[in-house]
Design a protein around this ligand. Structure first.
Ligand code: PLP
Length: 394
């Protein structure tokens, strides 16, 4: 059935794909062993480094983000290795489940009974590593932007925690929903493997995932004995040096990636990050005006990519989202894992501007009324006031 106007895809990924990217993808597929592809391969493999803020290799897999999670583990670890993973929410839990299935031994660290409302605690990580005097823990795994809760962990402080503990563990970070939306610095923050995906801040359809890898990460792969073939960095890096891939890459998505990287560069990463921070602040002002509660409880850890909002007791987020979808053709993010039924999420990441945010918040506010969810009016006005106060020529 046709509905007129654009669907509002305000889940925290996949995000709205800009027309420029759609047009770049809409081309005949080319020979992935030919000279035209070689230029494309070089361009995207080089261009990606700016987004990760690295000079080290970025590896591209034709897979969803979950594939890059697996690649990060199998290229660095061996069966029975201990890893310290931090419980920030549903995505951290999924990564931990994967680690178990791969045959490594995760310890799931969490502090307090509100771990799903906070970021990874650098002090807790430091204390745990300091106790590991025999250096049995081989890697620390943290989700930078926990998409199920709207909480962003402080990766530079976690790096310092490893350093203060004098611990040699690798640092593995999931940036699937922060890359290209929230400041993230693979080199400066001393991360060994950064995991990324295409369909969130990078404004592409799903289907590409990434590992940025440090020299220490690359060295670890020599000792690592977990089986790896499709996900092997070594298999990739040889052909990548010439702009090629060991197996058929997602050629048309790479056309799109080239365009998305150009768009991020034209806007400037600093502007991209500031735009997301501003939209996140406007969203939080709307939520507070509605009298609803934000899932993240630490002011220093609010996500700039999405906001997770708690439903009033006795009201179901799924029923609310259904009303919003049926009346306003807008998709909002669901509650994930133990937050199912209790939290809905507004995605404000990727290709997004002031009026898209206002349309999103208007749909949310009207939906609260139609679904009979207790709230105050005025969230949309509060967001408009903030956007007006901070408006600048586009
Ligand atoms: C979306 C997401 C994933 C999973 O990525 P897929 O592309 O669905 O495999 C993992 N981690 C985080 C933080 C995410 O936001």
């Amino acid at each position: 059935m046709h509905s007129s106007g654009r669907h509002f895809l305000q889940i925290p990924g996949p995000t709205n794909v800009p027309d420029r990217v759609l047009r770049a993808i809409d081309r005949p597929t080319i020979d992935h062993r030919g000279p035209e592809f070689q230029r494309l391969g070089h361009e995207v493999l080089e261009g990606l480094k700016a987004v990760f803020q690295t000079t080290q290799p970025v590896i591209v897999f034709p897979a969803s983000g979950t594939g890059a999670w697996e690649a990060a583990l199998v290229n660095t670890l061996s069966a029975g290795d201990k890893v310290l993973m931090y419980e920030t929410g549903h995505f951290a839990s999924l990564w931990k489940g994967m680690a178990e299935r791969m045959g490594v031994v995760p310890e799931f660290l969490a502090v307090g009974d509100d771990a799903w409302r906070r970021g990874a605690d650098p002090d807790a990580i430091e204390a745990r590593l300091a106790r590991d005097t025999r250096h049995e823990i081989k890697a620390v795994c943290v989700v930078h932007n926990e998409t199920s809760t709207g909480v962003t962990s402080r990766i530079p402080e976690i790096r310092r925690a490893l350093d203060r503990a004098g611990h040699p563990a690798l640092l593995l970070v999931d940036t699937i929903s922060s890359l290209g939306s929230i400041d993230y610095r693979h080199d400066e923050w001393g991360v060994d493997v950064t995991v990324g995906g295409s369909q969130k801040g990078l404004m592409l359809p799903p289907g590409l995932s990434f590992n940025a890898v440090s020299a220490k990460g690359l060295a670890a792969t020599k000792q690592s004995t977990l089986p790896k073939s499709f996900w092997s960095w070594q298999e990739m890096l040889g052909p990548n040096a010439n702009g090629f891939f060991p197996y058929t890459p997602s050629t048309n998505l790479l056309f799109g990636l080239r365009e998305a990287l150009a768009m991020l560069q034209e806007e400037g990463l600093d502007h991209v990050f500031a735009r997301h921070r501003r939209h996140a602040e406007a969203t939080r002002r709307a939520v507070r005006a509605w009298g609803l509660e934000i899932q993240c409880v630490d002011e220093a850890e609010h996500s700039a990519a999405l906001t997770a909002i708690r439903m009033p007791e006795g009201f179901d987020e799924a029923a609310y989202r259904k009303v919003v979808l049926q009346h306003f053709d807008m998709s909002l993010g669901s509650g994930l894992g133990k937050l199912a039924g209790r939290v809905f999420r507004i995605g404000h990441l990727g290709d997004f501007n002031d009026l898209m945010l206002m349309g999103t918040l208007a749909g949310c506010e009207m939906g609260l009324g139609l679904a009979g969810v207790p709230h105050r009016k005025g969230g949309v006005s509060a967001a408009m006031d903030y956007l007006s106060e901070t408006a600048a020529p586009q």
